[in-house]
Design a protein around this ligand. Structure first.
Ligand SMILES: Nc1ncnc2c1ncn2[C@@H]1O[C@H](COP(=O)(O)OP(=O)(O)OP(=O)(O)O)[C@@H](O)[C@H]1O
Length: 605
């Protein structure tokens, strides 16, 4: 701007008269003044005029409101920091611009210009532009820029793949890890829509599309073209009006974790198998091949028996007749510190009730008519240093139950007719096929004795719940009886005969299976045993089949649930039948690690 350089200044009195006097007023001059004021008020800026002494002679509404400068106000008093700049303009009569003025919270950009009227310098025009909002916005912009730089750094330094799409699935950005994992270049995919990439077969499944449909966090597993396994997590981002504006997808490479997990599962399955085999071997070795245990439930029962053989506690063997309670008792005995001393086996149900007490606890000379002259030791005394196995313990008369309880509590017995108790070192093992709890409820068995016996209960499962044992027992006893009775090549079982033997429920358990095998060996005339050679009770039982049809579905069940149930059943049957995961896996035609994984899933379901 061309500087004004008038050689004279208008005296203040004249200036005031010019601006405010009504003496000279006519209508048009007053209108012109009002129009000028309206013009100044309409401006978005704060505008005021100072006379050369620094007194405000004119100010628009904005100045009055925000700076409190009215005609007559002294600038040196109101804005002392700004006054020197104004003085400079008064002195030099040259305009100044780009000045900043701070007034309270507000900040202004000021321009000062000398005012000349009729060749005389009349004062200074000050135009102040409010920069407060602009500065706030600038500060925010700087903060956003910093935040954006930080986000950039975070996104690009992440080892996980990250990509961001807008609400319609158009890719906005993708980090280096994602480029690497997906073998793509950011430049090739940014700006493209996920729909297109799926259509072109670039990706087969998109978590972004899932998120856009469900509008919530989604996960999917994805295999990349390079064979990596990724777990993709898509997170929706909404604006204030609830519109989906972004989908942020995180891609985690789980190839290594998955491989490690599989290795671990295989290792665990192997360990499990080795452990089972070792247990089987220990049990087999111990019983010189006479005990057959293939089903997990039987292996578990025998493992418990082996474990308790090391302590002197009373053991209660529970199970149906013929399941192998006597076998378990033998196992405990053979493996205990008492193995070099006898195990006296007493079938409590086989002794006449009147004789039970004297048989168990012995009697003194002349205890009753017909008693031996010098008295007789009972089974307890005979078992001193060893084990007394009370089979069918539920059949003990109540009086003997009381005496047994006393022995279990103080380790002493008193012969019938005697008065002096004898201390004995006897471990007691009891067995029963009866429901002792029910007998207690019916008053047929002492509650206190039941508690005393039930310290370590071991249940021997019935043969119908031991599929894998069945097969092994049949093979074992066919060979056993053939070796014993014939000594030639044992007969082969036809498929149908084996199926019938496997399908039969054996209410008499192993004892019945042994009898059937013995009979088959004795009766067989050819090298093969066929279904016709079997007792009629067996041939009527057909192998169980898995029913299939809509009728097998329960109300509310879904196809996946039915499939899972069938899978679970087949798996359990196979495990039961083949004993080990490896054998079951090969019979089912799947990997052992798959079996291990499925079992784990079933357990946690
Ligand atoms: N796991 C097994 N392996 C081989 N033989 C077995 C097995 N279990 C039982 N047996 C045989 O079955 C027969 C019956 O077993 P055991 O006498 O032990 O049954 P139990 O349950 O004691 O029967 P009970 O209650 O009638 O006395 C025995 O000849 C035994 O050798």
């Amino acid at each position: 701007m061309k500087p004004a350089s008038p050689n004279k200044a208008l005296p203040p009195s004249e200036l005031n008269a010019l601006l405010f006097s009504s003496r000279t007023d006519d209508n048009s001059a007053r209108n012109w003044r009002l129009f000028s004021k309206a013009l100044l008020d309409a401006s978005g800026n704060a505008i005021f005029v100072l006379d050369p002494s620094g007194t405000v002679v004119l100010s628009n509404q904005r100045v009055q409101k925000s700076l409190g400068l009215f005609p007559g106000s002294l600038l040196p008093n109101t804005l002392p920091d700004f006054w020197p700049r104004v003085r400079q303009v008064i002195k030099d009569r040259k305009a100044l611009s780009g000045l900043t003025v701070q007034a309270g919270e507000s900040s202004y950009l000021a321009r000062l210009a000398p005012m000349v009227f009729k060749d005389a310098f009349i004062g200074v025009l000050c135009v102040l532009e409010d920069r407060t909002e602009l500065e706030k916005t600038t500060r925010k912009m700087i903060a956003y820029q910093e935040l954006s730089r930080e986000l950039d750094a975070i996104i690009s330094s992440s080892d996980d793949g990250l990509f961001i799409c807008d609400g319609s699935g158009t890719i906005l950005r993708i980090n280096a890890a994602s480029e690497r994992l997906n073998m793509v270049k950011a430049a090739d995919v940014i700006g493209r829509n996920i729909h297109e990439l799926v259509d072109e077969g670039y990706i087969d499944n998109s978590v972004t599309l899932k998120v856009t449909r469900s509008r919530r966090r989604e996960h999917i597993l994805q295999q990349t073209r390079s064979g990596k396994k990724l777990i993709l997590t898509g997170n929706p981002v909404f604006n204030r009006s609830g519109e989906l504006i972004r989908v942020v997808v995180n891609e985690r490479d789980i190839t290594e974790i998955d491989t490690l997990r599989e290795e671990l599962e295989t290792q665990l399955a192997k360990n499990d198998q080795i452990q089972r085999r070792m247990q089987e071997m220990q049990i087999e070795e111990l019983a010189s091949g006479q005990i057959i245990a293939r089903s997990a439930n039987m292996v578990k029962a025998l493992r418990q028996a082996r474990k308790v053989s090391q302590v002197d506690s009373t053991v209660l063997l529970l199970g149906e007749s013929g399941t192998g309670k006597g076998v378990a008792a033998n196992l405990i005995h053979q493996h205990s510190d008492r193995a070099h001393n006898p195990m006296i086996i007493v079938n409590c149900g086989a002794i006449p009730e009147t004789l039970v007490e004297s048989e168990l606890f012995g009697y003194e000379a002349g205890a009753f008519s017909g008693a031996a002259q010098h008295g007789k030791p009972g089974f307890f005394e005979l078992a001193d240093g060893g084990i007394l196995f009370l089979d069918e313990v539920a059949e003990l008369p109540i009086a003997s139950q009381a005496k047994l309880l006393r022995f279990l509590e103080d380790g002493r017995v008193t012969r019938v007719g005697g008065t002096t108790p004898r201390a004995l070192n006897v471990r007691v093992i009891c067995a029963t096929h009866r429901d002792l709890e029910r007998m207690v409820a019916q008053g047929q068995f002492r509650l206190d004795l039941f508690y005393r016996l039930n310290v370590i209960p071991i249940s021997i499962p019935p043969l119908r719940e031991r599929e894998a044992c069945k097969l092994a027992l049949i093979e074992h006893y066919i060979k056993h009886f053939n070796d014993k009775l014939k000594g030639c090549q044992p007969p082969r079982l036809s498929r149908r005969a084996m199926d019938a033997l496997m399908a039969y429920h054996y209410p008499g358990n192993v004892r019945e299976l042994m009898n059937i095998c013995e009979r088959l060996v004795v009766m067989s005339e050819s090298a093969q045993i066929d279904v016709e050679d079997l007792p009629s009770a067996l041939t009527s039982s057909l192998p169980p089949r898995i029913a299939c049809g809509i009728g097998m579905m329960e109300a509310g069940q879904t196809l996946p649930q039915v499939m899972a149930a069938v899978e679970r059943r087949l798996l359990n049957e196979a495990l039961d039948k083949y004993g080990t995961q490896a054998k079951a896996a090969s019979a089912l035609g799947i990997n052992q690690s798959t079996i291990a994984r499925k079992l784990k899933r079933f357990q946690s379901a």
